[in-house]
Design a protein around this ligand. Structure first.
Ligand SMILES: [Zn+2]
Length: 244
């Protein structure tokens, strides 16, 4: 094998290695996002649960209010009836007027309480509708949550299998690359957002950092003269045609 052929082969392995590493970092990224989605849904359920608890508490308070109003009305009616009965046995005008005044007051109170009981009833109806809407919504969210959880577990399972396959492929590829070249690739990849190689662009720029590669270097890359590193970012420069 000539030096040029050897270099071409090495560069092709580097391209392959970079592709594997790109897929592996995609997997890493996806895995990071999956639990976040689940967490978002869980937070949503918690918020609606809290809302439901508040609504139920309000309903309890409204029921208590309605009960106390009902009692108040009953008591007022009894007292009013007693005063009305007493009207038949009064002996003086003053007593009559006092009783009549009491009856009027009670009548007013009854009117006020009846109005309020109606308002409380309407409010209760609204809150009860809200409660049933919330319960339905939470029920649906919990179904979605379980479904998403199941999906995520499946995805994690698939991804893990894919990851194992890629890592095995990576190991095999690495054994085919000269150690100093691989070490350089790894160092740059880790330092330069996951990319250890860069393709030479048509305009003569490094595809990684976009700095122009000196013309002499461009020629050397194209003629497979040697491993050429970008002077700016350190990535191994490769021509596009080696990609296929
Ligand atoms: Zn560069």
């Amino acid at each position: 094998m000539t030096d040029t052929e050897h270099l071409r082969e090495q560069l092709k392995y580097l391209i392959h290695l970079q592709e594997i590493d790109d897929q592996l970092s995609d997997i890493e990224e996806d895995r990071g996002e999956l639990p976040t989605e689940l967490e978002k849904l869980q937070n949503q359920i918690n918020r609606f649960d809290q809302l439901l608890v508040q609504t139920i508490r309000t309903i309890e308070q409204l029921n208590e209010r309605r009960l106390s109003l009902t009692r108040g009305i009953e008591e007022a009616r009894i007292r009013k009836r007693q005063y009305e009965d007493q009207l038949y046995t009064v002996t003086s005008n003053r007593e009559y007027e006092a009783l009549t005044k009491e009856i009027e007051e009670l009548q007013k109170l009854l009117g006020k309480n009846s109005e309020e009981i109606q308002r409380v009833g309407q409010e209760l109806q609204k809150k009860e509708d809200e409660q049933s809407r919330l319960e339905k919504h939470i029920h649906q969210l919990k179904i979605d949550f379980l479904k998403l959880k199941k999906d995520l577990e499946d995805v994690v399972q698939d991804v893990s299998e894919e990851e194992i396959r890629l890592k095995k492929m990576r190991e095999e590829t690495v054994t085919k690359i000269a150690v100093p070249i691989y070490n350089h690739y790894e160092r740059i990849r880790k330092a330069r957002s996951g990319k250890g190689i860069a393709f030479l662009k048509e305009n003569g720029a490094c595809g990684g950092c976009f700095n122009i590669v000196p013309p002499q270097r461009q020629v050397e890359i194209k003629t497979l003269h040697d491993f050429i590193l970008c002077e700016s970012c350190g990535r191994v420069l490769i021509t596009m045609d080696l990609k296929d």
